[in-house]
Design a protein around this ligand. Structure first.
Ligand code: NAD
Length: 294
């Protein structure tokens, strides 16, 4: 069993750290928010005074923080006191450039590292069924995988430094675009007198088939457990979809890729979120499209 430091005990980090403790690891955590530290204590996570104290004896350091600037600030803070031979795993969803910069900081200190963002949301974090998309060397992945297994069900090695973040934002760019496509098709179908069920019955078994339609159908009815059937309670909040689409567009710019539909999807989710829907499930964009863009 390993000594693990866990920095960032929020909605995701709290239950993830708890699952590591449940698996028998000695977990020491730290969050800037006192209430999150208290909640983690109830999950058998020891709480340190600060990030440096949390990592001091750790064989493995996991971070689950809001954005790239937080990850880089914590890495800069802890690097000097992190044990020789420790492995650093960042599971936050952050921009690819910051993820690579974090790997470089670790490398400079002679430490192995992985970027390992997740999908599966708070439910997946609680149930230890997250999907982890990992970037780093074969060796770092081989070391991290048995630990990550206590928090997730599917663990994929996507390539070298930053490849986990790249896979996550590429996947979520597909998702954002395809949800808008499915929403537009339902809105057009309504205008043409098609029932939701008729369009679903055809498209779900034809070439329009996709996850946004068949698993997460944005109109109530055809897929009974999709968020549309519970007034678009998330699920996956529009604010998080917007975050990932903006990261995808940052990556497009810095890498020179052309992603016009990704940009358009980011603009539409920005408008949807700004209209007071940031806490709604992202599939609620169908209602925004139906209302007509002003
Ligand atoms: P959150 O805001 O609940 O948790 C982040 C925590 O980091 C906060 O508690 C904050 O106090 C803490 N923090 C910030 N700076 C710190 C520092 N210097 N030291 C210690 N703690 C610090 O966010 P979350 O929902 O847990 O998400 C975490 C990451 O996971 C984000 O990058 C998010 O995009 C990603 N993610 C979230 C979900 C989801 O459904 N919530 C799903 C997949 C990925």
């Amino acid at each position: 069993m390993a000594n693990i430091a866990f920095i960032g005990l929020g909605n995701m980090g709290g239950p993830m750290a708890g699952n590591l403790a449940k698996a028998g690891h000695a977990v020491t955590g730290f969050d800037l928010v006192a209430a999150n530290n208290e909640a983690a204590k109830a999950r058998n996570v020891c709480i340190a005074e600060n990030a440096r104290a949390a990592v001091k004896d750790a064989d493995l350091v996991i971070t689950m923080l809001p954005a790239g600037k937080h990850v880089l600030a914590v890495y800069e803070d802890i690097m000097a006191v992190t044990k020789n031979g420790a492995l650093l795993i960042d599971s936050s969803t952050i921009d690819v450039d910051s993820a690579r910069a974090a790997h470089m900081l670790a490398d400079k200190a002679g430490l192995q590292s992985l970027d390992a963002p997740v999908s599966g949301g708070v439910g997946g974090a609680e149930a230890a069924t997250l999907t982890f998309m990992c970037g780093g060397t074969d060796d770092a992945f081989a070391r991290g995988k048995p630990i990550i297994e206590a928090m997730g069900k599917k663990i994929v090695h996507c390539g070298g430094a930053g490849a986990g973040q790249a896979a996550k934002i590429c996947n979520n760019m597909i998702l954002g675009i395809s949800m808008i496509a499915v929403g537009e098709a339902f809105v057009l179908g309504e205008k043409l007198g098609l029932t939701h069920q008729a369009l679903f019955d055809v498209a779900s078994t034809a070439s329009g088939q996709c996850w946004s339609l068949t698993t997460y159908c944005p109109v109530p009815g055809p897929v009974p457990n999709s968020p549309a059937n519970r007034d678009y309670q998330p699920g996956f909040a529009a604010a998080l979809m917007l975050k990932d689409l903006l990261l995808s567009q940052e990556a497009s710019k810095s890498s020179g890729a052309t992603t016009p539909l990704g940009q358009h999807a980011a603009d539409l989710y920005q408008a949807f979120a700004a209209a007071g829907n940031d806490g709604k499930d992202f599939s609620g964009i169908v209602n925004f499209l139906r209302a007509g863009l002003k």
